[in-house]
Design a protein around this ligand. Structure first.
Ligand code: TZP
Ligand code: MG
Length: 207
């Protein structure tokens, strides 16, 4: 089963705070985490990835590096996530090889159909709801987009954008395999408790 919760760590969390955060998430059962340091220099992304990997690999958590297949391969991460303006999936795959995951963001049905024809291990769709986390976000696609996307691909679908533990259930019901979340988890008083709320939402949607 594709991990139902896909927390993303951005530059508001780094160093020891990031390590404590991922430890809490891992202890709650999270198995997939992305590092997304948009404005950090490559050396810092590399060092942060290594630090996270040293905590996560032994706990069975797959670390995905945003944007940079080269860094993902160099540090031995579990994969890379590329957007529409990053290296295409086929090129990222050449760098990352067959066993690392390559995920790709899509924002409309044409991009989704195209992503389905690639070797991508999962397809992200969004933003589902308004989000203040991403600078200059694509237009909100809504939960209906997840339903439409579900009819067009058998690849795992990751929904992203403004999702909270309260709204996750409807996103799962629309056909998402997973929800990718930044702010709702980083802002949580207890990220492990919040992560379990997402697992419960996934369970309710499945039952
Ligand atoms: N891509 C589409 S929306 C988004 C990204 C990276 C930001 C998601 O962050 P949040 O805080 O969960 O809305
Ligand atoms: Mg990108």
């Amino acid at each position: 089963m594709f991990p139902p919760l896909y927390p993303i760590i951005d530059s508001t969390l780094a160093g020891d705070r990031a390590l404590a955060f991922v430890e809490a998430l891992a202890s709650a059962g999270v198995r997939l985490i992305q590092l997304r340091h948009k404005s950090s220099p490559p050396a810092m992304v590399c060092a942060e990835s290594k630090a996270l990997l040293s905590h996560l690999s032994s706990r069975g958590v797959r670390l995905i590096v945003n944007d940079r297949p080269d860094i993902a391969a160099i540090v031995g991460a579990g994969g890379v996530h590329v957007g529409q303006d990053d290296l295409p999936v086929a090129e990222a795959r050449k760098v990352c090889g067959p066993s690392r995951w390559v995920g790709v963001s899509t924002h409309n049905l044409e991009q989704l159909r195209e992503a389905d024809r690639t070797s991508a291990d999962y397809i992200a769709v969004g933003p589902i709801f308004p989000t203040a986390t991403k600078g200059n976000p694509d237009p909100v696609v809504g939960v209906e987009f997840v339903r439409a996307a579900r009819c067009l691909t058998r690849k795992p679908l990751v929904a992203i954008g403004g999702i909270t533990a309260e709204s996750a259930e409807q996103v799962f019901r629309a056909g998402a395999d997973s929800v990718a979340v930044i702010r709702d988890l980083i802002a949580a008083a207890d990220p492990a408790v919040r992560a379990r709320d997402y697992f419960a939402a996934a369970e309710r949607a499945r039952s």
